[in-house]
Design a protein around this ligand. Sequence first.
Ligand SMILES: Cc1cc2nc3c(=O)[nH]c(=O)nc-3n(C[C@H](O)[C@H](O)[C@H](O)COP(=O)(O)O)c2cc1C
Length: 234
Amino acid sequence: MKVLVINGSPRKERGATGGILSVFVEGMKDAGADVDIIYSKGLDIGDCRGCFNCWTTTPGKCIQDDDMTEILGQMADSDLLVYATPVYVDGMTGSLKTLLDRAIPLLHGAFVLRDDHCRHELRDHVKSGKIALVSVSGFTEMDNFDPLITHMKAMSKNLNREFVGSLLRPYAWIVNPSLEQGAPLGDIIEAIKEAGRQLVTEGKMKEETLAIIAREIIPREEVITMMKGHYGDK
Ligand SMILES: Cc1cc2nc3c(=O)[nH]c(=O)nc-3n(C[C@H](O)[C@H](O)[C@H](O)COP(=O)(O)O)c2cc1C
């Protein structure tokens, strides 16, 4: 199985998203997947200009020749796309959104009806596989991920891919410092790896596994006290 992971965190491998992804990818590789990781931050990817040349004069090809040219090939060829992002202003990061805006050359411009909804057809060379989300948040509540999940599900339909679930870790910034202080988080780390294995071998991640990953590390009141200690009073 060919997997393309796109990490939208500006903190790349050093961030909370990157930390979770490294374990998740280990699990996917254990299960035999061929995994590539790219970081949207720092790539040469111009904003979509909205010219629609990729649907008219140069079908399937953007008029901007930048890093997106190679990424479009990788996306087209992947069985599983993993979009990874911290929650930023209740959605994905800007660099990941810019990259995904530039993915429209993978689609044909004409409309077709799919499940009684207008969609675009995929170009012939584009695989119709799966999409999964990996995300972390600063806040503690799981509903902080809701707008992002809704967006991912909608995007999956437009790309004619099956949305196969979300690996979510709230207040993820606490994971690495807690591990460094010897906190017992081994179950979370093992569950992240297991989720990677499950996604490759079973095509989805089990609810029980995802619940371990998202479990409470410290009570919310303590999180609030910690943040006050860190940032001070208003
Ligand atoms: C510009 C910005 C916006 C953010 N917006 C949210 C938000 O809307 N909700 C939330 O729970 N966390 C928010 N966060 C916190 C991040 O999701 C959190 O710090 C995350 O752990 C960062 O992941 P990273 O280390 O992989 O970059 C925001 C952080 C930044 C820098």
